[in-house]
Design a protein around this ligand. Sequence first.
Ligand code: BGC
Length: 743
Amino acid sequence: MKGNIDELIKGLSLKEKASLLSGGDVWQTEAVARLDIPSIFLVDGPHGVRYVADRHHADPAQKATCFPTAVNLAASWDLDLIKKVAAALAEESKARGVDVLLGPGINMKRSPLGGRNFEYFSEDPFLSAELAIAFIKKVQNKGIGTSLKHYAANNQEHKRFSIDAQIDERPLREVYLAAFEKVVKKANPWTIMAAYNQINGDFATENEYLLQDILRDEWGYDNLIVSDWWAIHDRVKALKAGLDLEMPGADPVNDQKIVDAVEAGELSQEIVDESAARVLDLILKAQETEKNTELPAEEHHQLAKEIAGDTIILLKNQGDLLPLTEAKIAEKESLLVVGELAQEVRYQGIGSSQVNPTRLDNHYQALEDKFAEELAVHYTPGYSSEAEAEENENLREKALREAENKDYVIIYAGLPDKVEAEGYDRKDMQLPQEQNQLIKELAKVNPNIIVVLNNGAPVDIRQWLDNVSAVIEAGLPGQAGALALAEIITGEVNPSAKLAESYPLKLEDNPSYLDFPGSNGTVRYGEGIYIGYRYYDKKKMDVLFPFGFGLSYTEFAYRALEVPDYLAEGEKLKLKVLIENTGQFTGKEVVQLYISQSSPALERPPKELKGFAKIELEPGEKEWLELELDYQDLAYYHPDAGWIVEEDQYKIMIGASSRDIKFTEEIQVESSFKLKDLTPKSPFEDWLADPLGKKAVEEVLSQEEIEEIGFFKAWPIYRLHFFAAEQVSLEDIEDILDIYQDL
Ligand code: BGC
């Protein structure tokens, strides 16, 4: 492609420009041969390159490394690890001739049932944003584009193509858009993908408020906005709202609609030019990167294993049953591996993110390779997802007989593929019945039961949790997950991952429960800002495993916190935490920083994550870990005033999880911001409660007069001359309003 973008635009006919605004096929942009404008490839996805040549997905994708899925990557709480995955994905994109990777996905996990939760990072916008920024910067640094998705509020699969998510302004901004805002401003993704669903009555692809007003005008995003696949309903409306590229294509019908609208004077030529220029800009950027390089499959498989090891969470380890180190098993003889999933591994979810792996390891084989010299490793299926009840009973009985005389039993449980898939939400949080029953019964015949869970979202394991010794949440750890797990079981790798979402005791406890997945075509986000731990904390509810929780084979002591007690406006808060490894193993600890504000004008959650860091320490080693908090991260979203930081006392909490806070310190934060949301209709008592309102009132009325208003304080200030005529005149009220405005 020759020439600069302005010249190219001048040289293109209206029809050609319109053709650039939809794809050339399912995965490519349209080429314009006359001007040497090539097409480029946009391909899924978040944890591996899914390059499908065939339009109807009939062919499997070309092979690529399947890295751990987003649920796992988030559990690492490790930005360096995210960068490693991102760099490898960029290399694989080059190898496959891919220009833009369709990911990462940063929608919030509103309900544990969301069918694509495994593709998303967290229930927390801060964590999601930090991970996505690291991911995008690294991929783009290597010359490959990303697509931040799905903008916005794509938090369920039920009626995903049409559901109208009704969200109030504050939760929309503070929870559902917050991560997008930060990522756009800090990582500037080459593209953003507009979601399928509607938000407050307009499709995300046609939503002028979301695309133009917020994304472009407020956040200053000037790169390309692409539709999710087949997500546009009214092409001209979408274009006017700011959506540049319709995917997939080619869509001559919609292209013609663009031409007709311009010719009829309903759509300005300028809008078409701007969007076509963004497509050209993307093509130009993409072309700078050399493609069709070698894919280092074996090296990346090893990398996928290393990464997986840091994304697997130890949930329970009673009596330090794990790890099964050489010393510990020296006197032991046998290990029984149980479960269909030990052989037919679950390592990723179903749908558009599905990668065709270069290699796939299974758990049984991996354990055999590890233990064959020390222990006799036996296998029995124990259950089958395909079998009828009777056959499952036989499988269970056989497993029980085998388990009786074994030293250890490792059971691989989890959700079947079809239960966790794009396009469907789960119906409940249960594991398959035959698995629960098997685990319960095995726990009666053997004291050393280790359960490995393979699932991309929380499951309810209360019926056997107390009866087993160890539980490992493996998540969906990618193609080398089995090897990583085996290394965790032997202790070669010390687990260091922590939950990036809460595990509620039961589904009914989840804040979205009454409003998920909605009815009559809409889903109301009635819980407002109280998503995940923000809600469980607010309601002081017990959870099964809290946000940020995960065990290690070693112990960490939080020795000291150093934090200034004052933060000046706009400054960064710098603090230090002294951490010591007091256990027997080298290990990594995820240290979390939460804040709360003492007297906000609007309610805030009791705890909000605003920082984290991971540190590796050898036994006996201690180190000061430095954390930073951006001033702006203290802000919350006020519907009348936008993001605000109020002058106030704030708590700085340092924790090993959201429910294991080790230090709390108060700091005073300076702010020149003055909230002025009082109006003549505000109750007089609100005027008195507000510092500026009170000041204005006190300049006009005496303390005595204020007190005498008594009972009438609940009325709007503009009525006081009527109810409290002796104390307040109409003129007084006007004076108060004027003084307030000038403060
Ligand atoms: C999914 C997107 C994906 C696209 C292309 C859609 O159905 O929602 O996440 O990137 O397909 O495969």
